[in-house]
Design a protein around this ligand. Structure first.
Ligand SMILES: Nc1ncnc2c1ncn2[C@@H]1O[C@H](COP(=O)(O)OP(=O)(O)OP(=O)(O)O)[C@@H](O)[C@H]1O
Ligand SMILES: Cc1ncsc1CCO
Ligand SMILES: [Mg+2]
Length: 278
């Protein structure tokens, strides 16, 4: 894939979502659930949040991509997450994983271990979470990262090799967010630029970015979907930060940008694509 093909793919993904309004269901954390749904709606998709095992499988069967976010774990989650990820894997169903706070606690670790062979088609996370998963899955060692909570403790480029190793293992895409976003399928690396430091002053920029990846994944391949989500987030974040007076107005300006930006402007936001030697 070259830069021109990717630009065309981004433009088409943005337009197809606005035309066809695809629904991507989510099991997502209780902190940012409303922001995830609003971001999915703002880009033109539809949201549906579920928590029970029988509902998750039923709604997965009528969707093109499913979003799983581990932000706030509850006792009964494994009863849903294990059969759901079995179902997604067995049916070659696309799904996005946001492994929030990977490495924290026994139940979250059990979930991440379980997902290793359930082929998540996009893993979207911050650098610390990607470094942690690569280590948990035995794909990298000697990482010095230490989990503290839901925030990144490492720079995006430090997670580059871990991201490539995970993508090569799953056969899917890994998207690492931060000041510059890095997206890889193990064959190419895309860097998407823009955004704003203000995105660190609201909760859920990352959670909702992953939810929006699932929306774009309903209409295009996983690499194009993850790049399109980063491109719209980076342009919307940059423009919204110029209009906002603080985190409150930033959040609403940001949603307005997701809704209003043109597909051409989103595709023309700065990005670079580089082939990897494989
Ligand atoms: N310092 C920054 N400068 C520019 N853009 C940023 C910056 N920090 C984050 N972003 C953007 O914010 C979005 C979310 O990424 P981030 O890395 O903050 O996710 P996260 O840490 O998982 O967030 P959360 O857990 O709060 O949902 C991405 O589009 C990213 O490019
Ligand atoms: C703050 C917080 N705590 C658990 S999930 C979450 C949202 C950001 O990941
Ligand atoms: Mg996060």
């Amino acid at each position: 894939m070259d830069e021109q093909e990717l630009k065309q793919g981004i433009t088409k993904a943005v337009e197809d979502v606005r035309k066809t309004k695809p629904m991507a269901p989510s099991i997502t954390n209780t902190v940012t659930v409303n922001f995830v749904a609003n971001a999915q709606l703002a880009v033109g998709g539809a949201a549906a949040m579920v928590y029970l095992a029988d509902e998750a499988e039923a709604i997965a069967s009528i969707s093109q991509s499913f979003y799983v976010n581990l932000g706030t774990m509850f006792d009964f989650y494994m009863d849903t997450l294990e059969p759901l990820s079995d179902y997604l894997h067995e049916n070659n169903h696309k799904w996005v994983l946001d492994p929030v706070a990977a490495g924290l606690g026994q139940m979250r670790s059990q979930a991440i271990d379980y997902f290793k062979d359930k082929t998540p088609t996009i893993i979207r996370a911050n650098a610390t979470e990607i470094l942690t998963i690569a280590e948990m899955w035995g794909l990298a060692s000697n990482s010095k990262t230490k989990i503290r909570g839901v925030e990144a403790e490492d720079e995006v480029e430090e997670a580059k090799d871990a991201a490539i190793a995970i993508a090569s293992y799953t056969g899917g895409v890994v998207a690492v967010s931060g000041k510059v976003d890095l997206i890889t399928d193990g064959k190419v690396i895309v860097h998407s630029y823009g955004g704003s430091e203000m995105m660190e002053n609201i909760t859920g920029a990352g959670c909702s970015l992953a939810g929006v990846c699932a929306i774009y994944e309903c209409v295009t391949d996983s690499l194009t979907a993850a790049v399109t989500a980063s491109q719209i987030y980076n342009l919307a974040g940059k423009i919204a930060s110029k209009k906002a007076n603080g985190p409150g107005s930033f959040e609403s300006e940001f949603l307005d940008c997701l809704y209003n930006l043109s597909s051409e402007d989103i595709a023309n936001n700065k990005f670079e694509i580089e082939e990897l030697d494989v």
